[in-house]
Design a protein around this ligand. Structure first.
Ligand code: ZN
Length: 242
């Protein structure tokens, strides 16, 4: 079952979120705090972290993954508390590439990371809405946009931009979303694919930071951090973009 349907602060929090969304859609100026979720003991108290502490934990988990010393997760005993809710300490906007597995690469378990995946890891309206839910309702303090080496979506966009070709099916939607990053680094020294991948991450970090009314407000008030990372396929290391 979808975890949205079993969120811990629901139904009250869901009502608040929907109320906020409807007000935002109506163009009303609202303070996100007005609809903050009611306090309740979270299923994973260890996930209640400041944005900086959440980032430290995420990167520490990546070091464990890189070194091959990932934790052995107790899926059995996690099941019961997580059936009542969730309070992930980080949200990750990742590419859909099967070689990228955010839960693994940060050495995290169920209920730790709120993962949104789309080829090219860009912030569509649906992705922003999902991240708003994580921040507003689940109190997630950290968002990472996670690109990766040899990204097929970025590579396809480069080819499309260079050749002027239109890809089949719905792929032009992806190309349209990734084209600004590709065009902004064309002519730069270095590898075009690597440069475009990094630029795409940084552009989407900026987009999330500016996403009104919810994410921008939380970011401006330093209640969340939004950061970018690049997953290296060979090493498994996530390089933090500054
Ligand atoms: Zn990719």
């Amino acid at each position: 079952m979808c975890e949205f349907c079993t969120a811990s602060r629901a139904p009250l929090a869901r009502r608040h979120f929907l109320k906020l969304a409807m007000a935002a859609a109506a163009g009303l100026a609202i303070a996100p705090d007005a609809f903050a979720a009611k306090s309740k003991i979270p299923p994973k108290p260890q996930n209640v972290l400041s944005p900086n502490a959440a980032l430290d934990r995420l990167m520490r988990g990546n070091r464990h993954y890189v070194e091959g010393i990932s934790k052995r997760h107790d899926f059995l005993h996690e099941r019961e508390p997580l059936s009542l809710g969730q309070n992930p300490f980080a949200a990750v906007l990742s590419c859909a590439d099967s070689r990228i597995a955010p839960e693994y690469c940060f050495d995290t378990a169920r209920g730790d990371v709120f993962v949104c995946r789309i080829a090219g890891n860009f912030a569509s309206d649906e992705m922003i809405a999902s991240l708003e839910y994580a921040v507003q309702v689940l109190n997630t303090p950290l968002i990472m946009v996670l690109g990766h080496g040899s990204c097929g979506a970025v590579d396809a966009t480069i080819k499309s931009v260079k050749d002027g070709t239109t890809l089949p099916g719905h792929l032009p939607t992806l190309v349209a979303a990734l084209t600004p990053a590709v065009k902004s680094v064309q002519g730069d020294p270095g590898d075009l694919l690597a440069n475009a991948t990094r630029r795409n991450v940084s552009m989407n970090v900026d987009k999330l930071k500016a996403a009104t009314p919810i994410l921008k407000s939380f970011n401006d008030e330093k209640k969340i951090r939004v950061v970018g990372g690049i997953y290296q396929l060979k090493s498994g290391r996530v390089e933090l973009l500054t």
